[in-house]
Design a protein around this ligand. Structure first.
Ligand code: ADE
Ligand code: ZN
Length: 331
């Protein structure tokens, strides 16, 4: 597109990227072979016939749960600490090319610990990728540990407790160079209300851990207000359905809550109303592209002015959880 190089040069902050969502069909097959993991047989699901058929299938998800089924299944191929570091590195090298300067990235520990992978393997692998990105790519980063809301709350509690006890959060670190700054909430939304996780998030807040939550992606606006009221979420991931509730929209503006990855649809409305949002990659291996792609798609759809892009970029710097000195460098 004509604005590609202009958009590429913008100093981007990413707040909504699932590291597991960077696992491409080709990397899935490659790791499955290396680790001797059997993916579903093509006779049970023809999508697994080849990299090409799986790629094709990824273009036709019917809803969030259809996507999540493929997302969780592919993760079986990831086993070792090096695998996790490689997946993280795959993200950071691509992000660097897209002009990302600071990235706050999600990971889903329960999707791995449920398969018998130690939490430490997951965290150390991703943490190593973050450290390497800072050194070699000048990308600063934070990890956000997400809880899978479709699983029993007790499993999230156990994960939280292990992460605190083992010193994986940057605020509770035992002298190690850790990058987990916050907690999030993801997976199937409807029917798994934020309130279920309220007590956990309040404990996290007391410890000084940052908080965000997927809300209003498929769930109605009460999922957004629930995340603000009971999780004290500092950001709302997605939040597309905020457009349905103008009163709540006023609250989000007043409380300076940033939405992450809103997609194309309500952008004009959010810009006009003054709702802060950032544009992000989400699950690039599944939804057709990394952050710059999404910047370009928005430009093609809305033909935003340079001033409007400035607002988007500045809001996404200010809405980051990095140190003020880093923000000053980027602003
Ligand atoms: N896990 C990975 N990507 C997700 C998304 N977009 N929504 C909910 N859970 C997810
Ligand atoms: Zn997401």
């Amino acid at each position: 597109t004509p604005h590609h190089s202009l958009l590429a040069a913008l100093p981007k902050c990413e707040h909504h990227l699932h590291l597991e969502g960077c696992l491409s069909p080709s990397l899935t097959f490659q790791l499955a072979t290396k680790n001797n993991i059997t993916l579903p047989s093509p006779s049970s699901d023809a999508a697994y016939t080849s990299v090409e058929t799986l790629t094709e299938r990824y273009k036709n998800f019917s809803d969030l749960n259809d996507f999540l089924g493929y997302y969780y299944r592919a993760l079986d191929a990831i086993i070792t600490q090096d695998d996790f570091e490689m997946l993280g590195w795959e993200y950071f090298t691509t992000a660097a090319k897209d002009g990302v300067k600071h990235a706050e990235v999600f990971f889903d520990p329960q999707s791995h610990t449920a398969r018998g992978i130690a939490l430490g393997v997951v965290v150390s692998g991703f943490n190593a990728a973050c450290k390497r990105a800072e050194k070699e790519l000048d990308i600063t980063s934070k990890l956000i540990m997400c809880f899978l809301r479709h699983l029993p709350v007790q499993e999230s509690r156990d994960t939280m407790q292990a992460a605190v006890e083992e010193g994986y959060f940057d605020i509770t670190t035992k002298g190690q160079d850790r990058t987990i700054a916050g907690v999030g909430l993801d997976s199937s939304e409807v029917g798994f209300r934020p309130e279920l996780f309220g007590e956990m998030f309040m404990e996290a807040e007391k410890m000084g851990i940052r908080r965000t939550a997927h809300a209003g992606e498929e769930g109605d606006p009460t999922y957004i207000s629930g995340a603000l009221d009971t999780l004290h979420a500092e950001r709302i991931d997605h939040g597309i359905r905020l457009v349905e509730d103008t009163k709540l929209m006023d609250r989000v503006i007043k409380e300076n809550i940033m939405l992450t990855h809103v997609g194309e649809l309500p952008i004009r409305k959010f810009l006009e109303e003054g709702v802060k949002f950032s544009l992000n990659s989400d699950d690039p291996a599944y939804f057709g592209g990394y952050i710059l792609n999404n910047y370009c798609a928005v430009q093609n759809a809305f033909d935003l002015s340079v001033e409007e892009w400035k607002v988007i970029v500045q809001n996404s710097i200010q809405g980051s959880w990095c140190e003020q000195t880093r923000k000053d460098e980027l602003l």
